[in-house]
Write a protein that binds this ligand. Structure first.
Ligand code: UDP
Length: 241
């Protein structure tokens, strides 16, 4: 591992379930998973301590299941279990390229993975291992974005990164509005006032209240993660200044 001085030595990366799904409609696409692992291995080589919160939207989202008549709390439990499946798949794919990752679940399932504890998570990170946080916050009515904000704060991350399909936060939807411009920097106040839709409000406010900087970038853009971790201009950086 490299010992270069890093702007952000400990980082929490939020990956949505879509990061494993690729262009398919459901589940885990092996090529996309392998591409994600290649991206991750580049930042692991920098020597950064990396925690990952993985979503479950490629399998189940509580809100979607509720629309099909399933009780919301049950549906959210199914969504949280989906994140566990994704976390296990990611751990397995990382192992194949000799990267050790611990899957830590907010809901205890000791035969499958470790139960989340802040102390053990930090120990793993200090030992140079990745930690994949699954089962969100362990509670219904939350999202994995909120889980990511929470874990970022708990592990004392220097930066939270939200990897999306778009290369930052735009003034309008760049897919439909050709005049949309990318913000390279934003404040949390502006994100909330202008309802910029970066993450759900709970997740944004947690970061704001705890001074956690957030970088929004395109995971599929080559080198984007490395540039962000080196403190270079990439995507959109949001903080309180
Ligand atoms: N979920 C939950 N509590 C949490 C985190 C997630 O109930 O703390 C459920 C919720 O149903 C959500 C699903 O898990 O829809 C998958 O998470 P999310 O939608 O955030 O995944 P992503 O969109 O990032 O793939």
């Amino acid at each position: 591992m490299s010992n270069i001085s890093l702007t952000y030595p400990r980082v929490l990366l939020k990956l949505s379930g879509e990061a494993l799904m690729g262009n398919t409609n459901f589940g885990i696409d092996p090529d996309t998973l392998s591409h994600t692992v290649t991206n991750l291995s580049e930042i692991v080589k920098l020597g950064v301590q990396l925690g990952i919160v993985i979503g479950g939207g490629n399998i189940f989202r509580g809100v979607g299941l509720t629309a099909n008549g399933i009780n919301r709390v049950t549906a959210d439990s199914m969504g949280m279990l989906a994140t566990v499946m994704n976390g296990l798949a990611l751990q397995d794919a990382l192992k194949k390229v000799n990267i050790t990752a611990h899957v830590m679940s907010a809901i205890q399932m000791s035969n499958i993975c470790e139960h989340y504890s802040q102390r053990n998570a930090i120990k793993h990170l200090e030992n140079g291992h990745l930690v994949i946080f699954v089962a969100g916050t362990g509670n219904p009515f939350f999202t994995t974005d909120t889980a990511a904000s929470l874990r970022a704060i708990e592990i004392g991350a220097n930066l939270m990164i939200k990897a999306t399909k778009v290369d930052g936060v735009y003034s309008a939807d760049p897919m439909t509005d050709p005049t949309a411009t990318r913000f390279s920097k934003l404040t949390y106040n502006k994100v909330i006032e202008q309802r910029l839709g970066v993450m759900d409000t709970t997740a944004v406010v947690l970061c704001q209240d705890n001074n956690m900087p957030l970088q929004v970038l395109n995971m599929n853009k080559d080198g984007a993660l490395v540039r962000a971790i080196k403190g270079l201009d990439e995507g959109t950086l949001i903080n309180n200044e």
